[in-house]
Design a protein around this ligand. Structure first.
Ligand code: AKG
Ligand code: FE2
Length: 282
């Protein structure tokens, strides 16, 4: 009887240790999946107010964004600023993860890196690139101010994505996709769903092109216009990534793809998180 009790106690403690270990590992994996996203490292739109953004983004642009789900604004940077931003990128050296294995090469063929104004690599002589980051992060303040009617309660990540498509003789692009993840928990599984938490909250995409102002080397951003009916023919708008062009679009509505370019192509992207406003039928 005694030996049965001690066997049972040993078995119980083995099972509870194993159970505890599995539960701890599971929790750590899930927490890592959630906290690796940039949702927490963000600020309110008010905190990101940047007066120069108001000189380029007007109330009319916001109305156009509501009507067409996208708006394109040209010449938001001077040639000197653009050159300064590209010099910054060169100066920072090997910032791109050139073997960026996280990029599924069948889907996208660019090298990306994440940059923030507070990065140590920005301490001296990077004013132009910092200006570009602030310019993008200043957008949600104006969306609020001009009462953008699609989403609100913005959470503005400190980080922007810098991407570079290289021209090494091959033609690289990024297949058609939507920036906001609309798949459900059951479609993605818990881990995938947690890992995509920032991606599920994306509301507005802002992209600023840092190429030369006379860019003529392909690499258009093809934005598909949603169809109202199945019979309707699909149309799209091509945006030439000329340096100084800013495009703002609804991350949930505008499917887009990057066409191949024949020269190195640079883009700075900010995904603004936000809550979709209720649609009130009138
Ligand atoms: O570089 C671009 O024009 C768009 C890139 C893009 O669609 C993305 O990173 O999600
Ligand atoms: Fe995208």
């Amino acid at each position: 009887m005694n030996s049965f009790v001690s066997k049972f106690a040993r078995r119980l403690s083995f099972d509870s240790v194993m159970g505890g270990t599995v539960a701890t590992i599971g929790t750590v994996v899930l927490m890592e999946a959630y906290f690796r996203t940039d949702l927490g490292d963000a600020e309110t739109s008010k905190a990101c107010r940047y007066p120069p953004t108001s000189t380029i983004l007007t109330k009319d642009h916001i109305r156009e964004l509501e009507r067409n789900n996208m708006v394109v604004i040209h010449n938001v940077l001077t040639p000197t600023m653009l050159q300064g931003a590209r010099n910054s990128i060169q100066k920072m050296g090997k910032i791109f993860d050139s073997d960026n294995h996280s990029n599924d090469e069948d889907v996208r063929r660019d090298a990306t890196c994440v940059i923030r104004e507070s990065d140590a690599k920005f301490q001296h002589g990077h004013d132009s690139l910092i200006h570009c980051i602030k310019l993008l992060r200043g957008v949600p303040y104006l969306l609020d101010r001009f009462q953008y009617n699609v989403s609100s309660s913005f959470n503005v990540p400190k980080q922007c994505q810098l991407s570079r498509y290289i021209s090494d003789g091959q033609l690289y692009g990024y297949k058609r996709h939507l920036d906001r993840c609309t798949e459900s928990l059951s479609e993605m599984g818990l881990l995938g769903w947690l890992r995509a938490s920032d991606y599920r909250h994306r509301s507005v995409t802002c992209i600023l092109y840092l190429n030369s102002p006379d860019w003529n080397s392909g690499g258009n951003l093809r934005c598909y216009r949603g169809k109202e009916t199945v019979e309707e023919r699909e149309t799209f708008t091509d945006v030439n990534p000329t340096g100084g062009t800013l495009i703002i679009f609804d991350s949930e509505k505008v499917e887009h793809e990057v066409l191949p370019s024949t020269k190195d192509r640079y883009a700075l992207t900010l995904w603004i998180n936000g809550e979709r406003k209720e649609v009130i039928d009138t």
